[in-house]
Ligand binder design. Structure first.
Ligand code: GDP
Length: 296
């Protein structure tokens, strides 16, 4: 389900999160490891204020591990500790309470020095729709808690879920909205399936996917679809469409007269990309292609 975010929804979502912030020690900002920037809410710093925070890159099973490592370094440089998880299997979700303890260690030490018995760390997961908030909550809880799928503005009685002995998690996540101003953001969200194809044109979505794949993952793309000539210039739209047509031809997505059915070809490309058939692909990297890290 695609949520329509109107200014009123945003204000309400922001207020709901800010109400919950009063109850917690740390916010867990959940991002999609394949698109850490596009899956980030543009106002997250303002909304979370000075609340301690960690960034969690989810769906790491689908993302390029080398690029994910670049992202964790990038966010560290921005001052955010970062965990990398796969909520669908639970891989490394155990890092989250450990990291929370580390981030709050000074506060915890102070409590101990005052003779207080430190209570469990209270946390809230925040993120845009489809990043995996419900899946992660269920993983951390070790059982099914939150219904997947979001409805902004619908509240229910919230409860604390125990995560081991040292952490408690609010059972309802904070739902943020994605960036809308930037068209590329919309397309990247659509490529990952976070925005439904009815909202954007499937051929445009696939075009953006093929363009990005041609830039960074030509070997994977050519191998999957049996292609032999890469686009001469990835900024040349005709060249990208030519690659899409090559894919269509290879897969027999044809219309009358032997013309390629671009819509059908687009569907094939997106389905296989989302299913991980092209391997682990990141659609955004903190550095340009071929650059491992930026020099200071
Ligand atoms: P929410 O809207 O943020 O609560 O996201 P959901 O928890 O409903 O997850 C959205 C979709 O992503 C679902 O189809 C999940 O099965 C899938 N998903 C969540 N986490 C992961 C992950 O780590 N890896 C993969 N491959 N899929 C995931």
């Amino acid at each position: 389900m695609t949520i329509q975010w109107f200014p009123g929804h945003m204000t309400r979502a922001k207020r709901q999160i800010q109400d919950k912030l009063k109850l917690i020690d740390i916010a867990i900002e959940l991002l999609d490891a394949r698109i850490p920037l596009s899956s980030r809410n543009p106002m997250v710093d303002e909304i979370l204020g000075g609340k301690p925070r960690m960034i969690v890159l989810n769906k790491s099973d689908l993302a390029d591990p080398k690029v994910t490592e670049q992202w964790t370094n990038f966010f560290k440089r921005e001052g955010h500790e970062c965990a990398v998880v796969d909520s669908s299997t639970g891989t490394r979700v155990g890092d989250i309470p450990v990291l929370a303890k580390q981030i709050l260690s000074e506060k915890i030490s102070k409590q101990i020095a005052k003779g207080m018995n430190p209570r469990a760390i209270r946390a809230l997961i925040v993120g845009i729709p489809n990043v995996g908030k419900s899946t992660l909550i269920n993983r951390l809880a070790g059982r099914n808690i939150a219904a997947t799928g979001d409805r902004p503005g619908v509240t229910k009685g919230q409860q604390w879920i125990k995560v081991g002995t040292d952490m408690e998690l609010l059972d309802t996540p904070g739902i943020l909205w994605p960036k809308f101003e930037d068209q590329d953001v919309g397309y990247r969200l659509a490529i990952t399936g976070a925005i439904k194809e009815q909202v954007l044109n499937v051929e445009d979505i696939a075009f953006t996917a093929v363009k990005e794949l041609s830039k960074r993952y030509w070997p994977a793309l050519s191998e999957r679809f049996g292609l032999d000539s890469p686009p001469k210039d990835t900024e040349d739209a005709d060249e990208i469409v030519r690659v899409m047509e090559d894919i269509g031809r290879k897969r027999g997505a044809l219309m009358g007269g032997g013309r390629v059915d671009l819509e059908k070809a687009s569907g094939i490309i997106l389905r296989e990309l989302r299913a991980g058939k092209l391997g682990r692909i990141s659609l955004e990297a903190p550095y340009p292609p071929g650059v491992e890290k930026l020099l200071d």
